[in-house]
Design a binder for this molecule. Structure first.
Ligand SMILES: NC(=O)c1ccc[n+]([C@@H]2O[C@H](COP(=O)([O-])OP(=O)(O)OC[C@H]3O[C@@H](n4cnc5c(N)ncnc54)[C@H](OP(=O)(O)O)[C@@H]3O)[C@@H](O)[C@H]2O)c1
Length: 233
């Protein structure tokens, strides 16, 4: 059993993207955490929350107004959108496909920050985590390829960093990070998994929760991996 022991007993959690491979494993973990007093788990499929539509995000934020969340996890994202997967070369770049990647992987999470960060507890410790990807690291990019997905995640990382600086001024006990889940057995990684070792979603999710639980306030605005190691920008 994974317990978020750094958060207050009875902590209030919000999970977005709860229908995904990683999101549904996180949902199971949070449901089984005896310290979690209240879990709101939302998805596009089951609840109609589309993070690329601001009206959809504001409607849900409105419904949740009054709650004081301690934990916010965003597990949304895609590598293949409308059947189009990542580019092997810049020659395959299509501006509409690239815009769709940015819309979902960068702008969607930014909208969630805009409308859901104000719902976090102001005085008590809070943890907000956005699922990013190691391939979004510019410093770690040695293979090239996947230009739209990589750059959308790099943009997400900058959005996380920027929002964390502003947020800590009003919420000194808040930790806001980007987290890489590892290579995980989900629909997202399935078409690219040949010859690659993948973690079970349950293992990735529980390792991420343990890593998040152990983060100090000073680590807000950082980019970490599921195992607690830090990733260069
Ligand atoms: N799996 C890996 O190996 C891996 C590696 C590195 C990073 N990641 C990152 O980890 C995160 C989760 O990935 P996963 O492997 O769990 O993928 P997944 O199984 O495909 O789940 C993706 C989730 O994103 C949601 N989503 C997609 N478009 C949305 C939209 N417009 N509005 C709201 N929700 C939307 C899906 O909701 P619906 O069910 O409604 O479609 C689903 O809940 C992603 O950010 C991904 O980039 C994964």
């Amino acid at each position: 059993m994974t317990e978020m022991s750094s958060l207050p007993q009875g902590y209030v959690a919000l999970l977005i993207g709860a229908s995904g491979g990683i999101g549904s494993a996180m949902k199971r973990i949070l449901r089984n955490d005896p310290r979690c007093g209240d879990l709101t788990a939302l998805s596009r499929r089951d609840d109609g929350l589309d993070i690329t539509e601001e009206a959809s995000v504001t409607a849900f934020a409105e419904k949740l107004r009054g709650k004081k969340f301690h934990l916010l996890v965003c597990a949304t994202g895609a590598l293949t959108i409308d059947g189009v997967g990542p580019e092997k070369t810049i020659r395959q770049l299509d501006p509409d496909v690239m815009a769709a990647q940015f819309r979902l992987n960068a702008i969607g999470p930014a909208l969630l920050m805009k409308h859901f960060l104000p719902l976090l507890h102001r005085e008590e410790r809070t943890i907000s985590a956005f699922l990013s990807a190691r391939v979004g690291s510019i410093g770690d990019n040695r293979l090239g390829g996947w230009i739209s997905y990589r750059s959308s995640k790099a943009a997400l990382n900058q959005i996380i960093r920027t929002a964390s600086i502003e947020f800590k001024r009003t919420h000194p006990n808040a930790v806001l990070v980007g987290i890489h889940p590892g290579t995980v057995e989900t629909g997202l990684s399935e078409p690219f998994s040949r010859g690659r070792e993948r973690m079970r979603p349950e293992d990735a999710a529980s390792r991420m929760m343990e890593t998040l639980d152990a983060l100090s306030n000073a680590q807000t605005g950082s980019f970490v991996a599921y195992d607690g190691s830090s990733i260069e920008w």
